[in-house]
Design a protein around this ligand. Structure first.
Ligand code: FNR
Length: 185
């Protein structure tokens, strides 16, 4: 049997009707069978505080465990003020510590940013990539995923109805699967 790789899909928005969350869920249906996607929301993750490392909060421990178990990480995020939403940066900080024990280290990654606007979260996408360099996460370079005009992509049940986006996400997750397989060789 061909290998199957698990992917932690980290969602950068806490919003119930988040487009980022809807994209993450759509990806679980579009992914090839070589990937198993675990969608991780950050609603329960508390703020990083180095003082707590001696006895880390249970929510940090379970978040770190979930990422540690994954073969790869895929970030799906909106852009806040041309950068990464605070909740996502916090998750990166929580997963990166204690020093020398980052759960992200060496895992192949991907970044999908999105926005109702035209620029597709370019600023968030690249600020996130800056942290991923330091975290030693080799990130898929092409295709880049700056998903603009997300506002009309889903119906009221949260189903992806925009054919052009379905096609793009299908191509993206296929390329991501090939990237993960190549990195895990
Ligand atoms: C935004 N939004 C936004 N959009 C964008 O394209 N560039 C930006 O810099 C910002 N900045 C920003 C800041 C804050 C605090 C909020 C609340 C929103 C709009 C944003 O793209 C929109 O609200 C998305 O729907 C948020 O993503 P989710 O929650 O749908 O995943």
């Amino acid at each position: 049997m061909a290998s199957q790789f698990s992917v932690a899909v980290i969602v950068g928005s806490l919003r119930r009707e988040s487009f980022s969350l809807k994209i993450a869920k759509a990806l679980t249906k579009l992914a090839p069978s070589s990937l198993k996607l675990d969608v991780i929301t950050l609603n329960e993750l508390s703020f990083y505080n180095q003082d707590l490392e001696a006895t880390p909060p249970a929510d940090w421990v379970s978040f770190r465990d979930r990422i540690r178990k994954a073969d790869a990480v895929l970030f799906v995020t909106p852009e806040y003020n041309r950068s990464v939403p605070g909740v996502l940066k916090n998750a990166i900080d929580v997963g990166s510590r204690p020093y020398g024990q980052s759960v992200f280290n060496g895992k192949p990654g991907g970044v999908i940013s999105n926005s109702p606007g035209a620029i597709g979260g370019f600023g968030a996408n690249h600020h996130l990539r800056q942290s991923l360099v330091f975290l030693n996460v080799p990130v898929l370079q092409q295709p880049e995923a700056y998903v603009g005009g997300i506002g009309d992509a889903f119906d009221e049940k949260g189903e992806l109805v925009k054919a052009s986006l379905r096609e793009f996400l299908e191509a993206y997750i296929k390329a991501f699967a090939a990237w993960v397989a190549q990195q895990k060789k």
